[in-house]
Design a protein around this ligand. Structure first.
Ligand SMILES: C[S@@+](CC[C@H](N)C(=O)[O-])C[C@H]1O[C@@H](n2cnc3c(N)ncnc32)[C@H](O)[C@@H]1O
Length: 211
């Protein structure tokens, strides 16, 4: 996305929503948001899913992570139209995940239409690479889950294999998720584009196995 001159000033003027030092809140997210359960979306893009899910499930905390500040600013601008107390935004690379969340602190991690990084040499950048999965495993609660949606069959295949090599149990799987109604789950910006093109949405839910 093109640089937006208003992006940084907007992000900086909302420290109540945009968490500048997430490492300082490590272990305190539930207390901060006044909730018992936390969901995190990594790579929230322009924020449609984050915003809709926070509205659908106001009893949970919703933390969005987005590394591109121009995109994050669009998400924030939309969110500010109807701000909710259970939402926070981290503008940063998910590589920092281990510093931001303590052991067992998160209940659900959403990976929605993550960048596929098709070249083999870039596989470590995929948000479902084994190194990320190790971080997620640590930060998830005992019955915590990863929920992934993607249009990309190769990324889905990679993720299924990656999960099978780590302590995760497959709970749900669909190769055409939007064939059925799912009122509990919001549609992301990318998802809507693929639905408009009549393309299938792959979805998997994996629960942490405690070792
Ligand atoms: C293809 S877009 C999908 C956006 C949205 N989730 C959706 O479904 O419409 C992927 C987004 O993830 C962000 N992203 C990719 N890698 C990331 C990382 N390591 N940490 C944080 N955000 C990341 C990108 O900047 C981009 O905005």
């Amino acid at each position: 996305m093109r640089k937006k001159t208003w992006a940084l000033p907007l992000l900086q003027s909302h420290p109540d929503i945009v968490v500048e030092h997430p490492e300082q809140l490590c272990g305190q997210w539930k207390e901060l948001l006044g909730v018992n359960e936390i969901s995190v979306e990594i790579g929230c893009g322009k924020g449609d899913y984050w915003i809709s899910m926070a509205k659908k499930h106001p009893e949970r905390g919703w933390i969005a992570i987005e590394k591109d500040y121009n995109v994050a600013a669009v998400a924030l601008r939309k969110m500010l139209e109807h701000p909710l107390r259970n939402m926070r935004l981290i503008v940063g690379d998910a590589k920092g995940f281990d510093q931001w969340f303590s052991e067992g602190e998160i209940d659900v991690i959403h990976l929605n239409f993550s960048d596929p990084w098709p070249k083999k040499g870039h596989s470590k950048r995929r948000l479902s690479h084994g190194e990320f999965l190790t971080s997620y495993h640590r930060a998830l609660a005992a019955d915590g889950e990863i929920r992934m949606k993607t249009d990309n069959s190769q990324l889905f295949e990679f993720t299924c294999v990656s999960m099978a090599q780590h302590p995760w149990k497959l709970m749900e799987m669909s190769v055409d998720f939007r064939r059925d109604e799912h009122p509990e789950d919001a549609i992301t910006e990318y998802e809507q584009r693929f639905m408009d093109l009549n393309m299938p949405i792959y979805r998997g839910v994996w629960r942490k196995i405690n070792e």
